[in-house]
Design a protein around this ligand. Structure first.
Ligand code: ATP
Ligand code: MG
Ligand code: MG
Ligand code: MG
Length: 562
């Protein structure tokens, strides 16, 4: 590419709107321009980086056996109603109507759409496992879009969805994605950590986030100095006020259903009028904790909830019983038009004989004291930990807390969507069974931004070569010297022929301007062709990362660059 004919509008001044380095440099290096809050134009150099990230992602997804598709950005509400998410997803979901007044949304994620594809096309166990992925534009109406591509409202995501015949299959698919993600972030030249996120209270963790370590990250990662424990604190905040039983000192114990003599009706306790149509009530403690009370003819049962920040998705075991709830705002939900009220504003502090379900049939925990002995979301004891505390996992190392950027997230979904949307297959014996799913996301733009957060200096970006908009820039320093221009051209054309992604800065600008731009945009190598060194038969190769200048014979420049 010739810079004269290219479109690379660099900025000298720091844009005031940018708070973090990646946002600042993406604007200054002419990669992106803002259109509205959280909505950007990708200019050519930015788009090239995005495509490079996409291609790395594509390569390892394909290698792991995932198959690329492209689903629509605009999704009919019916699918979201089927899954139950339409009524509970809240304001992050951009909803719109078409000319016939039909409801649609712009997909923030595509579980519903992909489940619809698969339930229609896949009938037999012989067609499974299947992993479909896409690289596509998402929309989430984030409360605080900021930091450029890092937290946009419109952003590009790679999202993959696996379908398996059983749990073991789903776990194998999960592991494949885990491994592929490691390869992807390594290939992007990033330093990252895999952390546990939102794992279950019983059984192993089923969700991992891929965190790029950077001071500007919005996530806090707690990890051990010795063992490989690492988790996202966001998912396990400090509970300064949990549910505390009447006798806080009393030890909690696990009892079976028959052994529960007296349970407190939380609704009664809090003065919530029981809903006449439903047997399910949800009680939430002011952004701190909520419990689900299942009111049935049988015993009352409080079920542990995994994500206690927000409610958004309610998974039903049947029409009456809630199985699981995951993030999002509080609202109403229910299958088949049934409205389940979700109470949001109650803080439970003290409760007699507090009983918790422990995700084990007919077993409950009595005298549970959340702050003390209940592992609210399966993260172990570190909720109140401070750096330097002994690690609960290995008992040897110490906790440390670092900041990270969540660039990828893999999740074992189970049958949440297949059940809600009737995604069945026929097994070997002709029996109908639910498909077991997993979902796997990577923020493409966020990955590019994270690479800048990790690789920059005061002059600009220092791209890992894999992601650089151009791998090499050839800079003719004295554009009035015929020798300089000719050699620059030769070097440029030859590198191009060798398959190098090369740019020539053929603008009529002073060397200083060209160098500053090159440092800002962050090409890994810059070849300086100047009259002075050329008179001695030399050119210079400048290495952006180390600042080193290597003087080479002009005949050797191609070999040395390669
Ligand atoms: P966050 O916690 O940062 O809001 P998330 O957990 O909501 O992210 P996921 O639903 O796990 O995001 O989506 C998968 C991936 O998509 C994330 O790991 C991230 O890389 C990317 N992503 C999510 N939201 C945004 C956004 N607003 N802008 C850019 N990338 C995003
Ligand atoms: Mg989010
Ligand atoms: Mg997250
Ligand atoms: Mg996530």
């Amino acid at each position: 590419m010739r810079l004269k004919n290219y479109f690379l509008p660099t900025l000298r001044e720091n844009p005031s709107e940018a708070e973090v380095v990646s946002h600042k440099y993406m604007l200054r290096a002419g990669m992106i321009r803002k259109v509205a809050a959280g909505i950007y134009n990708y200019l050519p150099a930015g788009l090239k980086v995005i495509k490079k990230v996409e291609n790395i992602v594509r390569k390892y997804m394909n290698e792991a056996g995932a198959i690329e598709v492209l689903m629509p950005a605009v999704v009919p509400a019916e699918l979201w109603m089927e899954s139950g998410r339409w009524n509970v997803y809240g304001k992050e979901l951009l909803r719109l109507k078409d000319r016939h007044d039909r409801d649609f949304c712009i997909g923030p994620t595509h579980e519903e759409v992909v489940t619809d594809i698969v339930r229609n096309e896949v009938k037999s166990y012989k067609q499974l496992p299947l992993n479909l992925y896409q690289i596509q534009t998402k929309f989430r109406d984030e409360v605080r879009p900021r930091f450029g591509l890092m937290r946009g409202r419109e952003f590009i995501m790679k999202d993959a969805y696996s379908f398996d015949v059983d749990d073991a299959g789903a776990e194998a698919s999960y592991q494949k994605m885990y491994d592929a993600y490691c390869k992807i972030f390594e290939a992007c030249g990033l330093k990252y950590k895999v952390v546990e996120a939102d794992s279950g209270a019983i059984g192993g963790s089923f969700s991992h986030e891929f965190m790029v370590t950077a001071d500007t990250g919005e996530d806090f990662v707690i990890s051990c100095t010795k063992c490989d424990f690492a988790a996202n604190i966001e998912k396990a905040p400090v509970l300064d006020e949990g549910v505390v039983p009447d006798e806080p000192e009393k030890k909690s114990e696990i009892v079976t259903t028959e052994n529960i003599k007296r349970v407190v009706d939380v609704a009664e306790y809090l003065g919530i009028p029981p809903h006449k149509h439903v047997k399910t009530l949800i009680v939430k403690g002011d952004n701190k904790f909520f419990a689900i009370l299942i009111r049935g003819d049988r015993e009352l049962n409080l079920v542990k909830v995994k994500n206690f920040f927000n409610l958004s998705y309610v998974e039903f075991a049947n029409e009456d019983e809630i199985l699981r709830i995951t993030g999002g705002p509080v609202g109403f939900s229910g299958p088949k038009g049934l409205k389940i009220p979700i109470y949001a504003d109650y803080e439970i502090k003290y409760m007699k004989n507090f009983v918790l379900g422990i995700n084990e049939k007919d077993k409950h925990q009595i005298n549970a004291n959340l702050g003390r002995d209940f592992d609210v979301d399966g993260f172990g004891d570190f909720r109140n930990a401070v750096p330097g505390d002994k690690c609960a996992r290995c008992g040897e190392g110490e906790y440390q807390i670092t900041k990270g950027i969540e660039v990828g997230h893999i999740f074992k979904l189970g049958t949440k969507y297949s059940k809600a949307m009737n995604a069945y297959y026929l097994d070997k014996d002709g029996k109908q069974k639910l498909m077991v799913m997993g979902c796997y996301g990577i923020g493409i733009g966020r990955t590019a931004a994270a690479a800048i957060e990790q690789n920059h200096d005061e002059k600009g970006i220092i791209w890992p070569v894999q992601l650089a908009p151009f791998e090499v820039v050839v800079v003719p320093i004295n554009t009035n010297s015929e020798d300089v221009v000719n050699l620059s051209e030769t070097v440029y054309l030859r590198l191009q022929k060798e398959g190098v992604d090369v740019l020539i800065d053929d603008r009529d600008e002073r060397a200083g301007v060209k160098f500053n731009d090159a440092d800002l945009v962050g090409y890994p190598l810059r070849i300086n062709v100047g009259a002075k060194s050329l008179s001695q038969g030399n050119v210079e190769i400048f290495i952006r990362k180390t600042g080193e200048i290597v003087t080479v014979k002009k005949e050797d420049v191609i070999d040395k660059t390669l």
